[in-house]
Design a protein around this ligand. Structure first.
Ligand code: CAA
Length: 377
């Protein structure tokens, strides 16, 4: 059994208390109104939850990956929408800047992001380039000491509510993945337009938008890494992001599990609590087993990351297993709740919708299987 350190336990408990007190009460309301949890995210920034693995000198908390993932599970337990914003900010945005940014880029952008003073987004996906980001069409053409970007990015988490976006674009059409570069673009840059907002099945309090680049000029000083580094930067960020989605999956599954146990104890049919029926008990046992296995995969990938070892395969395994697991768990949770599970009176209905995207974003289950088998062979 994985044993938490005192510090990890303290961070988990702080996140748990905050999540249950401050996030849970209006999560269902925000799901219906699609209201962005701006105040909550501000407060999370003050508590150090928006750049947890970033050292204090750059505005973060300097925790290990395990502590971060424990906190993320707790936030997801109450609200998966809030959790996805936290996940993208901590991993793909802050970590990318920390690993690949220049000192000036870190001071200008990482410090406010990691300290939670602003929200960031990461724009890789396009209308015709999801699983295959190398086929992206956005171009960045050299213009003096900068680049002019043109193209459309799609399904961008926090596309509307972010103040800065990390954007990939092709600087050399001929070079495949080696022709993709990555840029930091503040939202007030002329030519950056926030396009349509998606009306989604789940994660409704997190905005997902198009980002349109229309002759958007970005100075060379805002390129992350060198020309051609963009694909590797994105893949490195996604390794970390994928353990985050695995943790998010565990958090939602834990919430659906607890709700199911509670309901099973209260609900009576055939004269006894349904928790006494073996059909229900076995469902609960299978749910507990899946959750425990997924959590161990998250911790195992996190410990590799903390030791500075390569964890591409383990992140993909954790993401694949946990995201499939949570979809099974939420379906069982709705089943245990019967007709009530199909209504908005019970949170399991929201969990069911929220979990659906976990096997899709940050790489579909099919992509995770490609990553895992590529690493093996
Ligand atoms: N870390 C570092 N470098 C990596 C890497 C990793 N994890 N994975 C690949 N690379 C490098 C390779 O080493 C290789 O470099 P060299 O040529 O120098 O050796 C280069 O990248 C190309 O690698 P592949 O040939 O394996 O690349 P590929 O074209 O076959 O694609 C893929 C690989 C795994 C399918 C990749 O395209 C992929 O992950 N696709 C899914 C994209 C995705 O997850 N999108 C999610 C969007 S973001 C999102 O959803 C965020 C959100 O808002 C929630």
């Amino acid at each position: 059994m994985f044993k938490l350190t005192d510090e990890q336990t303290m961070i988990r408990n702080t996140a748990r208390e905050f999540s249950r007190k401050m996030i849970a009460p209006a999560a269902s309301h925000r799901d219906q109104t699609k209201e962005f949890p701006a105040e909550i995210l501000n407060r999370m920034g003050e508590l150090g939850m928006m750049g947890m693995m970033i050292p204090a000198e750059y505005g973060g908390e300097g925790t290990d990956a395990t502590s971060y993932l424990l906190a993320l599970m707790e936030i997801a337990y109450s609200c998966a929408s809030t959790a996805v914003v936290m996940s993208v900010q901590n991993s793909i945005v802050c970590e990318t800047l920390y690993k690949f940014g220049t000192e000036k880029q870190k001071i200008d952008y990482l410090v406010p992001l990691a300290s939670g003073k602003m929200i960031g987004a990461f724009a890789l996906t396009e209308p015709a380039a999801g699983s295959d980001p190398v086929s992206q069409q956005t171009t960045a053409v050299k213009d003096g000491d900068g680049y002019i970007l043109n193209g459309t990015k799609r399904f961008i988490t926090s596309g509307k509510n972010s103040r800065v976006v990390l954007v990939t674009a092709k600087t050399d059409e001929q070079k495949g993945h080696k022709g993709i570069s990555c840029f930091i673009i503040p939202k007030d840059t002329p030519g950056l337009i926030v396009g349509r907002t998606e009306d989604k099945m789940g994660l409704r309090a997190s905005d997902t938008t198009d980002i349109i680049l229309d002759n958007c000029r970005v100075p060379m000083s805002r390129m992350i890494g060198k020309p051609g580094d963009g694909f590797k930067i994105a893949m490195t960020g996604l390794d970390s992001g994928r353990i985050g989605i695995a943790a998010q999956s565990c958090g939602v599954a834990m919430a659906a599990f607890d709700a199911s146990v509670k309901y099973a104890k209260q609900r009576k049919q055939f004269g006894i609590s349904i928790s006494k029926h073996q059909a229900i008990r076995f469902q609960i046992a299978d749910m507990a087993t899946g959750i425990e296995a997924a959590r161990q995969l998250v911790f195992s990938a996190a410990s590799l990351k903390d030791r500075g070892e390569k964890y591409t395969k383990e992140a993909a395994i954790a993401k694949l297993f946990a995201s499939e697991m949570v979809n099974d768990v939420v379906a069982r949770a709705v089943q245990i709740h019967g007709g009530y599970g199909f209504t908005k009176e019970y949170d399991v209905e929201r969990f069911y919708r929220d979990a659906r995207v976990f096997t899709i974003y940050e790489g579909t289950s099919e992509i995770q299987r490609m990553v895992i088998s590529n690493q093996i062979f």
